[in-house]
Design a protein around this ligand. Structure first.
Ligand code: FNR
Ligand code: LAC
Length: 353
């Protein structure tokens, strides 16, 4: 029988993925406490459903930064999809397109941003940007994304340096032979012990990015800009004052600062601070339609999944990616029916306690 939910996709993926690949995807920083805390934040919240509402029809459609979407479930940027499938991010893009899910492509993809765009040319897509010490290369990346039809730039700001992933250290994580970061010319060197990703990030990513650089980043293309990795209202306010169009509330799936506040717990204060002025995305531990409903009720406009897309890709390629989005979408629709919410407009904060 096909996996019935996102957790069952993880269980099957554990069997089909090489241990180093599974550990890289599943892993988090240090004790992985925030990986667990992200899930627990959803479990701690309960739904106060309404009754006697006509829910014979449910409308899950939404609008995100100029894009009409059939539902608010989006794919978070995740690196190196060829670890899970030989077609990598192109296969993911086909699955996302089939499920009507907006795809956010990582800078460190194993299929070039141009080839991912070509795999699903009419599908909604954003480009996630890591800023590099070489500013001209960063500018070129954004220019390439704009010219390839990416509809927003998502600047990730919670990786000034890479978190300490002990699974990767134990496995001496490296890209398998023949695999490369396709948006770059230079190969990722094989580490002499330790994680190749730490060495790559240390070598070319910049820990010196500051608020003063946002103006430069926004000037690189006439696209909406989102900031990903925000967990504080004061940072969100500062971003909006700097002209940012969207806040992506995230602790990187617990892969960066272990002990970070769970994304769902960070969400309400950020919504109160800037929810009326910009789009709000949240990710971290979303595995059920009821999780999506809770995140929407607490003020998110879009709810993103990270690890599940890779597990599904490993298990069944594009069909797997399509399936996990559809599973989540259908679970959300059912949850909305049972909560007395025929559309997203009725999904408000008092639904959750
Ligand atoms: C990520 N994430 C991430 N984020 C980002 O901005 N750029 C990236 O390249 C990556 N790469 C990446 C790889 C893998 C294997 C994972 C699991 C995660 C973080 C990702 O966008 C998202 O914030 C979390 O994955 C969300 O949590 P869940 O859904 O994985 O629990
Ligand atoms: C990670 C980086 C690549 O979480 O974002 O693995």
């Amino acid at each position: 029988m096909d996996p019935l939910n996102l957790q069952e996709y993880e269980a099957v993926a554990r069997e089909v993925l090489r241990p180093m690949a599974f550990d890289y995807i599943a892993g988090g920083a240090d004790d992985e406490a925030t990986v667990t805390a992200n899930r627990e934040a959803f479990a701690r919240r309960h739904l106060r459903y309404r009754t006697l509402v006509d829910v014979s029809e449910r409308d899950l459609s939404t609008h995100l930064l100029g894009i009409d979407l059939p539902h608010p479930i989006i794919l978070a940027p995740t690196a190196m999809h060829q670890l899970a499938h030989p077609e990598g991010e192109a296969e993911t893009a086909r699955g996302a397109a089939a499920a009507g899910a907006l795809l956010t492509l990582s800078t460190i993809s194993t299929v070039s941003l141009e080839d991912v765009a070509a795999a699903a040319p009419d599908a909604p897509r954003w480009f996630q940007l890591y800023c590099y010490g070489d500013r001209s290369f960063t500018e070129l990346l954004v220019k390439r994304a704009y010219e390839s039809g990416y509809q927003a730039i998502v600047v990730t700001v919670d990786v000034p340096v890479l978190g300490r992933r002990e699974r990767d250290l134990r496995n001496s994580f490296a890209l398998p032979d023949g695999m490369r970061l396709a948006n770059f010319e230079q190969p990722v060197p094989r580490p002499e012990g330790g994680s190749a990703l730490v060495q790559w990030t240390t070598a070319i990513q910049t820990p010196a990015l500051t608020w003063e650089d946002l103006g430069w980043i926004r000037s690189l293309a006439p696209l909406p800009t989102l900031i990903k990795g925000i967990v504080r209202a004061d940072d969100a306010l500062r971003a909006v004052e700097a002209g940012i169009d969207g806040i992506w509330v995230s602790n990187h799936g617990g892969r960066q600062l272990d002990g970070a506040i769970p994304s769902l717990d960070a969400l309400p204060e950020i919504v109160d601070a800037v929810g009326e002025q910009c789009a709000i995305i949240v990710d971290g531990g979303v595995r059920r339609g009821t999780d999506v409903l809770k995140a929407l009720a607490l003020g998110a406009d879009g709810v993103a999944i990270g690890r599940p897309q890779l597990y599904a890709l490993a298990v069944a390629g594009a069909d797997g990616v399509r399936r996990v989005v559809e599973l989540l979408r259908d679970e959300l629709s059912l949850a909305m029916a049972l909560a007395g919410c025929p559309s997203l407009a009725e999904v408000e904060r008092d639904l959750v306690r």
